[in-house]
Each structure stands twice: as C-alpha cells, then as structure tokens.
Design a protein around this ligand. Structure first.
Ligand code: SF4
Length: 407
C-alpha cells in the first residue's frame, strides 16, 4: 500500500538529515601525496586548491584520484578496495611513480604497479576477509578484490582495465589531436576538470563520462560509479568551480547502490511509486534469485523507469520540468524518471528553507549510512537502533519486505 505524500516527504527529508549528520567522505587525507591538501581533522584546505603542485593543481589531482576511486569502488568490498587504492598509491608515490600527476608513469612501471596491487591485496585480505564473509554470509577464501566481473580474478587484467582506463582519460585529453574544446591541452593544470566542466550540467557530464564516443570510459564505469564520482566532485569535496544551476547540488542523479536500494525498498519508498508487477516486469524484483531462496532486487534496473507524474501529481510535474530544464539542462521530457523523484522533495524544501538545505548528496549519504550501519542485507537488520524505524514500512507493517528480499 503506498504511503501518503506527507509521509513520503517526511521519509525523504529524514534520510537527507541523517546524511547531513553523517557525511560519507572517502578518507583522502590518508593518501600520502595529499597530506598537504588537508588540515587537522581531515578538513580540505580550500585555500590551496588552485596552487600549483607540479604539473597540476590539488583540485585536478583530487579529481583524477576520485575518478579512479569511483571506478575501483565497483567491486566486492568497498572498505577493502579503498584501503588497497590508498596503500598502492602511497607505495607508488614513495617510489616516485607519480601516476596522478603523470598518468604515463603507471603504464611505464606496470610491473611495479601489479606487484603492489597483488601484495596489498594479500595484506588486506588477511585483515578483511573474515568480516566480509560474515557480512555477506560467504567464506573468507572467496575474498577477491580483483573480481569485478563474474570470472575476472587476474591482477594484470584488473590493473589495466580498472586502474588503467580512468588514468588514461587525462593522458588522452592532453595528447589527442582530435580534441577541439576551448581550453589548452598542453601544460594545463586543470585539464580533466576543464573537460568535465565543459558539459552544460553535472548530469550531462556524468552521462558523457561513460558514453562519449571518444572519451567515454564505457564498460569500465557504470551509472552508479559515474554518479558517485559526480557527487564527490560537486558536493562532497566541492572541486567543481561552476556555480550555475547546471552544476548545483540538484544537478545530477543519486548513485543508487545496493545499500541505497535496500533502504528505499524496505522503507516503502519504491512501492509508493511502482507496484510489484511493474518491478517484476522491469527486472527489479527477480523471484527466487536472492540468497537462501529469497527474491533478488536488482537496484540498477530502477534507473530509467518512467512514471506518469503529470497525471498523478500536476504540481510535482511542474517542479520536475523545472528541475530538468534548469538543473539537468535536458529537453522537455514526456514522463518522469524514477531515480530523479526524491529531488522534488529536496529541491522544494531547500527553496522554502534556504538556511536548512537538504541536497542530493545528503540524501545519498543518509541511504548509505542507514544501509551499511543498520539495514544489513540479511533477515536481521538492526531496526531497533535504526534512525529510520519510525518511517519504515518494513519495520512498522510489512516484515516480509525485510525477510523475503535481498540486494
Ligand atoms: S527500520 Fe530496519 S528495515 Fe527499516 S530502514 Fe531501518 S534497518 Fe532497514
């Protein structure tokens, strides 16, 4: 049964408030070459962002690192993957392989890079495998950070396909004679950022990051990762310099990873908009495909599902059109897309209460916080301690939303 509009607005704003209280920031201050970029408490020193650090500015170097992190994050254990990225980066920089400043160094020293990836993988596995196995109801021996695709477990392939592709983008931009945009290629200290910000909106950039015919990363990056990267650049670390609406805190879609999808499902948010038959038809609910005979929720299939908002809520439809025109810089749509709907509540609240902004990043951080700390991917989440329990359909009325589905 769908929840009413007031309850839905309360749920969206509650999630965003939780995210604002518990921001989900990758620990960039632990990366050795960035140690001068941060001050005590892991706070980014914004006065240094546009100073020159070798070939580039800290703003550019952090953007390159975050793109790499977003690509690597698409693996089986995010804490382990991030730790491996940080440790390998620190070791390579200690050996003068300054691959963020000079991406070609990574390929020139590929033997060293692969050695470090393997060595750090083993040390992280010895620390993380048991926790990971417990959380995922698996066995420690199955822990393998190279396994981003079903059968891919080889270090060289992982190094080139995962690390190599995002590192090649700034290198390619610098060397490509086919590049025709309006800023210098050679000796440009913000080359990648200039390219990204040449798109009219953060959402358009996010799409092109994957799909551009010449510069797109293609299969190396998924929709979740492009939007996670966008969130980090636009809001979490505020590296983008554009201040127009096209790069506002509402100008891109929520990343929607499996943690986010699980919380949106159990709280009843998804069922407010979409009935179970539609979710079956779209492959979001995959019967009996989850662990232990449960139903599997393929969260990524939510993206792009169309909703006839004009018939359902004309006032919201007008706001949606404004969102797409002003913030996404898109053409007039015929129908709304599911993954953009929470924007309406966040945008309306922020317009009404500018001193109490609640943004897309807050909303996503709230989902990730609840999904990883309380709403575990098994039949016994910690609902009693969950800050969403007052708003949660699964906890309050429909325990089968928790018991019968996995992400
Ligand atoms: S109350 Fe329970 S089911 Fe609902 S979001 Fe929180 S942990 Fe998940």
């Amino acid at each position: 049964m769908p929840m009413n509009e007031d309850n839905l607005a309360d749920l969206v704003l509650r999630i965003a408030r939780i995210g604002r209280e518990h921001p989900q920031r990758p620990p960039l201050q632990q990366v050795a070459p960035f140690r001068f970029y941060f001050v005590e408490g892991g706070v980014l020193n914004r006065t240094l962002l546009d100073e020159r650090d070798g070939c580039c500015t800290p703003r550019e170097i952090l953007t390159r690192f975050l793109l790499l992190m977003a690509v690597l994050d698409q693996g089986p254990d995010i804490p382990g993957l991030r730790q491996m990225l940080i440790q390998v980066t620190n070791t390579l920089y200690a050996r003068e392989v300054r691959f963020l400043h000079r991406p070609a160094d990574f390929f020139r020293e590929i033997g060293l890079a692969v050695d470090q990836i393997i060595r750090n993988h083993e040390s992280i596995k010895s620390v993380r495998a048991e926790d990971w196995a417990r959380e995922n109801r698996s066995t420690p021996s199955r822990y393998n950070l190279f396994k981003y695709d079903r059968n891919q477990t080889k270090a060289l392939h992982y190094a080139v396909a995962r690390w190599g592709v995002p590192l090649l983008l700034p290198l390619f931009l610098e060397q490509d004679p086919g590049f025709t945009l309006d800023f210098p290629q050679q000796d440009n200290p913000t080359l990648l950022l200039d390219y990204l910000e040449s798109w009219p909106s953060a959402e358009r950039m996010s799409k092109q990051l994957k799909a551009h015919k010449r510069y797109g990363l293609g299969k190396a990056i998924g929709d979740k990762a492009t939007h996670l990267f966008t969130k980090w650049v636009v809001e979490t670390f505020r590296l983008s310099r554009r201040t127009d609406k096209g790069w506002s805190p509402f100008s891109y879609e929520v990343p929607y990873d499996s943690n986010a999808g699980r919380v949106l499902w159990r709280t009843g948010y998804i069922l407010h908009w979409l009935d179970e038959q539609t979710l079956l038809n779209k492959g979001v609910i995959q019967p009996d495909e989850g662990k232990g005979g449960t139903h599997y929720l393929r969260v990524t299939n939510l993206r792009g599902i169309k909703i006839s908002l004009e018939d359902r809520a004309p006032g919201q439809w007008a706001l949606y059109l404004d969102l797409i025109r002003e913030h996404f810089k898109g053409g007039r749509p015929k129908r709304a897309q599911f993954q953009r709907l929470q924007h309406l509540y966040l945008l309306e609240h922020t317009q009404n209460y500018p001193d109490d902004p609640l943004t897309v990043a807050h909303f996503d951080d709230g989902l990730v916080y609840a999904g990883t700390r309380f709403c575990f991917n098994h039949d016994q989440p910690n609902c009693a301690a969950c800050p969403l329990k007052e708003h949660c359909l699964g906890y309050q009325q429909r325990p089968n939303l928790i018991a019968d589905y996995r992400t």
